[in-house]
Structures are given as C-alpha cells and as structure tokens.
Design a protein around this ligand. Structure first.
Ligand SMILES: *Cc1c(COP(=O)(O)O)cnc(C)c1O
Length: 406
C-alpha cells in the first residue's frame, strides 16, 4: 500500500502529486492486472490475495480519493449506481428512508424498485424545502438521500441544515449525499455534516467517458467497515485497469472543472440575455444562488433552459454540431440532451408532471472547448429552430460580445 503522505496539500496539488512505494519508483501508479497474489508461505497471506478483496492499483486510487474528498476511507466500485446499491444494503428490511423528489433518474429507479419489493419504505419529498424535510424525519428514518444541485432542474439543497437537524433528532441517521454534479473540486459534503458521500466517477472524476466507476467516501470507521464488507461480498470493487484509468483522469480534474464552469457561466449568461429561462446556480437570479455559494466553491458545468415549446427544443438539440446528443456529463466535450426523452425517461410522465418537470427542458453539459465556438454553435441551432428570429441576430450578437463565424 502506498504510504499516505504526511502533509495535506491543496486539492490541485493532491490530484497530481504521487507518492508510492513501488519497487522501481514508477512515477505513475503501476497497473496490477492480476486477479490473484501468491502467498509468501502457507501462514503468511501478505497484503493482497484476491482482487475482489483488494488490489494495489485500486488501493492507490482509493487513498488518493480519500485525500481529495477529505475522507478517512474511500472505496472504488464499478459505477455510480453500484455505490447506491452498496449503500442501500446497509439498511434492514422495512427501514424508512427519505429521498429527494428530483434525484438522478437511476437513483429514483433503484429506490422505487426496493420500495415496491417491500425492502424499504421510501418517502420522496422536495429536499429544497428544509422545514418540510425536518418535519418528516421520525424515529423510523434510517437514511436521507440528498443531491445538490439536482439535475436537470438545478434545485439546491441546504445540506448543512438538514444534516444538523437530522442528527439532532437521531445521531444514527445516515445522511447520504450524491456529489456527482459538483465533484470534490467544488464541494466537500463531509465538511457539511454528511455521513456518506458518493459520486459517479463516470462523470467529472474520470472526465473522458471511457470508463464507468463510482466512489464511496466516509469518515466513520464503522460505516467504512460495513461498506467494505458489502463490496467484498458482492464483488463490485473497481477493476485494476479501470482504477488505473481513473487515476490518470483524476490528474486533470481541477483544470477541467475550472474551464468547464468558466464556459458554462458564459453560456448561461448568453442564453439568459437572449431571453430564455435558464437554470444555473451561477446566475444571480437563481433562487438559491446564495445558498449554493455558502456550500460550494463554484457553480459547475451543467445548466438547463426552457424554450416553451417541445418541438422547438427538439429542433435545437438536433441542430448543434459541437454539442453531441448524449446522456451523462462531466466529459471534456460538450453535450446536449432533452432529459424527458433521455436521462429521465425512467421517471414516468405522470410523476414528471407532478414534479413540475418541463417537458421542453434542454440540458447542456459543458466541456473544455473554446467558449466562442460553443456559443456560435448554439446560436446557429437557435436560429435554425426558429427559437430566435434572424432579425434578433444583431442584438443577440451584441448581447454576448463575441466574434461569430456564421
Ligand atoms: C450518472 C449519475 C449517477 C449514476 O452513475 P453511473 O456511474 O452512471 O452509474 C448517479 N448520480 C448522478 C447525479 C449522476 O449524474
């Protein structure tokens, strides 16, 4: 196991700093593509025996992640949903949990499955309403699932207040926070009172859309032991090769996120100036702009906006060139999607309507490209779709003060 460095550096440095006890002093983590490890003798098992239980490349990644997430313990598993599967296995039959009503589609699907089977009793509430959530916490509540900002509705949750109030009611309630949207660069949920933080590493952490992975982190030795037990029992630990790729992706996390949110802020401003209803916590008119600022170091690289017309939204999505039509986010390249038809199609139309989920909503996941090129690409799509009239063009261009290449 690589030695933990004594001094904690700032996050940007920790992401690229590597200290290992590799026998050849390899400057990057070596890949141990081996399922088994020989024992020195019958009685001496050594540190590793079987990769399901532990692998040096995965350990290297986990130690690095623990430092970055300011956790004591971090575990790498095969996907973000794999994290949630492990975490829900800590519960007992019939346990009650509180979950947001605007969670990631896959999270909603797994919790609904467990609820319908009778494994758990899941209560969905609007987690942006702190008082409502606190009023719903009872002695039967065992876990609370939070996500902030939610996507694509970009609703911000007061993580500090909910965690504090829940722990006052019952110190054993486990607050679980999905930090996929902000990444450790912009948010440290464990500092806000959360017990378990998890993230889909498929998104920002890896940043290149070439692996699926998830990270679970905690400061509690007792929770860590239980989480490890489930991972070892079910065999969902991240493979050595994917761990190695994730180590590589992580090195550029800080500069990627910095550039993505710089681009995103410009695009949010551009769309807002053009007259669309834009959801982005970095805009001063976002209803929870200040709350978000009080918890995070930035606003991230995902925004959504409404056009008021489903057909028009479809045309915009189909007429971009640089923005690829794809689910997911956090990659170096920009993506565009219509959540109702794609990532959130697993939530039925009736539930979407109950939750005021606009069917015309377009989500943009911003990459590290040149921001003028991105705005140029969007402008062409807006004009082609008729969302913006050609007469508005001069005004539109002046609004952003960028050189268009139409
Ligand atoms: C993608 C995503 C997940 C699921 O992660 P996978 O790696 O795709 O399994 C969970 N939560 C959020 C917020 C996500 O965006």
């Amino acid at each position: 196991m690589p030695p933990k460095s004594k001094k904690a550096y700032s996050l940007e440095t920790e992401l690229v700093f590597s200290k290992s006890n590799d026998q050849y002093n390899a400057s990057v983590p070596p890949l141990y593509q081996s399922a088994t490890f020989k024992q020195a003798s019958l009685d001496n098992m050594g540190e590793y025996d079987y990769t399901r239980s532990g692998n040096p490349t995965r350990t290297y990644l986990q130690n690095n992640m623990a430092r970055i997430m300011k956790a004591e313990h971090a575990f790498a598993v095969t996907s973000g949903m794999g994290c949630l599967d492990v975490i829900t296995r800590l519960l007992s039959p019939g346990d009650e949990v509180i979950a947001g009503d605007d969670l990631y589609g896959g999270t909603h699907r797994l919790l609904t499955y467990l609820n319908n089977k009778g494994d758990l009793k899941v209560h969905h509430h609007d987690t942006t309403n702190t008082e409502l959530i606190i009023s719903k916490i009872s002695s039967a509540t065992k876990m609370i699932f939070l996500e902030s900002p939610t996507n694509p509705l970009i609703k911000v949750v007061d993580v500090r207040s909910i965690s504090k109030a829940a722990h006052e009611i019952n110190p054993d309630i486990i607050i679980v926070f999905d930090n996929t949207m902000m990444s450790p660069v912009l948010m440290t949920p464990l500092d806000l009172g959360v017990d378990i933080q998890y993230e889909s590493a498929t998104k920002y952490l890896n940043g290149h859309h070439d692996i699926m992975a998830g990270i679970i982190a905690t400061r509690s030795a007792q929770l860590a032991e239980r989480v490890y037990f489930v991972i070892n029992s079910t065999g969902c630990g991240l493979s050595p090769f994917d761990s190695w790729l994730l180590c590589r992706g992580l090195k550029t996390l800080a500069i990627r996120v910095e550039r993505q949110q710089e681009n995103c802020q410009k695009i949010a401003q551009f769309l807002s100036n053009t007259g669309f209803k834009v959801r982005y916590p970095g805009l001063k008119d976002h209803p929870q702009h200040e709350l978000h600022k009080s918890m995070c170091r930035g606003f991230g690289g995902v925004l959504s906006f409404e056009t008021g017309n489903i057909k028009m939204s479809e045309k915009i999505v189909e007429n971009t060139d640089i923005f690829g039509i794809a689910v997911s986010f956090g990659c170096v390249n920009s993506l565009i999607s219509m959540p109702c038809k794609m990532s959130h199609a697993s939530i039925d139309a009736k539930t979407r309507e109950e939750r005021d989920f606009p069917e015309d909503l377009i989500r943009l996941c911003i990459g590290i490209e040149n921001s003028d090129d991105l705005i140029d690409d969007l402008t062409k799509a807006l004009l082609k779709s008729g969302a913006v009239k050609v007469n508005d063009r001069d005004e539109l261009f002046n609004a952003v003060n960028v050189q268009f290449k139409l």
